[in-house]
Ligand binder design. Structure first.
Ligand code: HEM
Length: 175
């Protein structure tokens, strides 16, 4: 995914430059992770995925639940575990916003034991926005495709009427 794709969703070139390019990248460059794969393996035990295709791989619902599913688990190296990804290697990077959840092993439900900077609804809507953005990144042309689909259906509809009329005309004299 290139930075200049963000022009499509309403950012200006200046906004991209001022807020997202910190290390001399150009607006036409691809977005890259600063952490190398081998470092990630050493530090976390697993390399993070390419997030630009994550929603295509797992589905938006899964990613949304994943970002809401982190809970405290001191048996894990990072201190975090996840309800939809057991023994996940990723730490809960948004814990300051969400706060800390614990898993109630009797009810199998998550409980917010330490509130974060955001309320539950605020955090959920932030994660919703993030997931929507990742869904857009996974398939930037989806909106156009859906839009084009209606014209294709309309065209097929018109073609159906015309072919039907043509058939009638051909068979008119046959009894
Ligand atoms: C908003 C930012 C981030 C999002 C949306 C995000 C999302 C995700 C998702 C959806 C997965 C699951 C991958 C799968 O399908 O297998 C994942 C895995 C992972 N992430 Fe993140 N991540 C973020 C930031 C980070 C950061 C900052 C780190 C490192 C400090 C990190 C480290 C990892 C690692 C190591 C994995 C692999 C987990 C495993 O295979 O057990 N992530 N991330």
């Amino acid at each position: 995914m290139r930075y200049n794709r963000l022009l499509e969703i309403g950012l200006t070139e200046k906004q991209i430059k001022d807020n997202l390019l910190f290390a001399g990248e150009k607006v036409g460059d691809q977005m890259k992770v600063a952490m190398s794969k081998s470092d990630a393996k050493k530090w976390f035990g697993a390399a993070p995925p390419d997030l630009s295709v994550e929603v295509r791989a797992r589905g938006a619902d899964w990613v949304y639940s994943y970002m809401r599913g982190f809970y405290r688990d001191n048996s894990r190296p990072t201190g975090w575990n996840n309800t939809v990804y057991d023994k996940v290697a990723m730490p809960h990077i948004l814990y300051e916003l969400q706060g800390e959840q614990t898993l109630n092993h009797e009810t199998h439900k998550l409980e917010l034991t330490k509130p974060g900077k955001l309320s539950v609804t605020e955090y959920d809507s932030l994660v919703g926005d993030l997931t929507n953005f990742l869904a857009y990144m996974s398939e930037p042309a989806k909106q156009q495709r859906n839009h084009l689909g209606w014209f294709v259906l309309l065209f097929l509809g018109v073609l159906l009427v015309l072919t039907y009329k043509l058939k009638k005309a051909y068979w008119k004299d046959v009894h």
